[in-house]
Design a protein around this ligand. Structure first.
Ligand code: PBG
Length: 367
């Protein structure tokens, strides 16, 4: 092993040695020579990556990842009523909006440069049943919200969630029988739900349930009715995660028994995420998503390398709540942590990010 001293400091002495006087040993190893300069070209032997960090202008020029408002999708909670806006305690600054106020909020979101919202409904208990029947009621809360939104803000992209949990008396994403979640029977209901949402004007439907074959079922149902331009944003790699807690508070949709581990993925698996993504692509997904985001950046990265489709990441409720809680204690700088976190998701490979921080981030990113 030939050691080349590339620094101006002699490693054995604390005094500065001019680089010209450092004896440079020749190397016969070509590979090594490409790593370490063999001659002091231009007199500089030290590699100085810091040169590119010297000023803000320069850092901006060489920045590899740029977060913009156009990358963000804002999840919004909608409920029945008028003139109502209810706080979600575990998600500071997030609210459930009655339809009229939802429209105002959507307008504010659009004006901030955010192009899309994802809608989630709070369904009253008397409308919930095991089969999630209310999920495909054409006069239900979501279809009414979509119609009103598309009328008021035609260019704002509206994404609807396809899953039974907000409508399920069991709080599960599928129909329950003897403690089991039925797959194919559920997928058939999801297709009906997606169809009603498409008819209402949804631009994208987003199955978040993790039943097998549901993307195919939904695509076929949409195409059969002529909704060829309604896209599918598939929650392809959705993990059984403890980070969803605050969201379930917001929609009062926590499972009444057991957990979601027989359909959502095991947190320990990454290869399986690729399998799920491949299946969803074959079945007709237009965008694939990883959820949660922050604890799954490696999964986002792998999926990005695997597909040419846009990749979305869901910066979920628990990730949001942790940042908010620490910031409220004065323990972290909220704005800086928010931007760093969202940037990390983009850097990992996310083209789009669903985040409760969308509005705050869009504001912070304003030139
Ligand atoms: C349910 C659904 C969940 C979320 C989005 N859709 C919760 C769950 O799977 O239990 C979580 C979103 C969040 O935590 O922000 N289909």
């Amino acid at each position: 092993m030939i050691i080349i001293i590339i620094a101006g400091f002699h490693p054995m002495s604390s005094t500065f040695t001019p680089s010209t006087s450092v004896p440079l040993q020749a190397t016969t190893d070509a590979a090594e020579a490409t790593v370490a300069p063999s001659a002091p070209a231009g007199g500089g032997q030290v590699h100085r990556p810091r040169r590119l960090r010297r000023t803000g202008t320069l850092r901006r020029m060489v920045r590899e990842t740029v977060l913009t408002a156009a990358d963000l999708i804002y999840p919004l909670f909608v409920m029945e009523g008028e003139g109502q806006k209810e706080a979600v305690p575990s998600m500071p600054n997030c609210f459930r909006y009655s339809l009229d106020l939802l429209l105002e909020e959507a307008k504010a979101v659009w004006e901030l440069g955010i192009g899309a919202i994802a809608l989630f409904p709070l369904i009253s208990h008397h409308l919930k049943d095991n089969a999630g029947t209310e999920s495909y009621n054409p006069e239900g809360l979501i279809p009414r919200a979509v119609r009103a939104l598309k009328q008021a803000l035609p260019d704002l992209l509206v994404i609807t969630d396809v899953a039974l949990d907000p409508y399920s008396s069991e709080g599960h994403d599928g129909i329950v029988q003897n403690g089991q979640i039925l797959n194919d029977e559920t997928a058939a209901v999801l297709a009906k739900q997606a169809l009603v949402q498409a008819e209402a004007g949804a631009d994208f439907v987003a199955p978040s349930d993790m039943m097998d074959g549901r993307v195919r079922e939904i695509r076929q149902a949409l195409d059969a009715e002529g909704w060829i331009n309604v896209g599918i944003l598939a929650y392809s790699a959705k993990y059984a995660s403890a980070y969803y807690g605050p969201f379930r508070d917001a929609l009062d949709s926590a499972p009444k028994f057991g957990d979601k581990k027989t359909y959502q993925m095991d947190a320990a698996n990454a290869r399986e995420a690729i399998k799920e993504v491949e299946l969803d692509i074959k079945e007709g997904a237009d965008i694939v998503m990883v959820k949660p985001a922050l604890a799954y950046l490696d999964v986002i990265c792998r999926i990005k390398q695997h597909t040419n489709l846009p990749v979305a990441a869901y910066n979920v409720s628990g990730e949001y709540a942790m940042v908010k809680a620490a910031a409220q204690q004065g323990w972290i700088d909220e704005k800086a942590v928010m931007l760093e976190t969202l940037t990390s998701m983009k850097r990992a490979g996310a083209d789009l990010i669903l985040t409760y921080f969308a509005k705050d981030a869009a504001l912070a990113l304003r030139p």
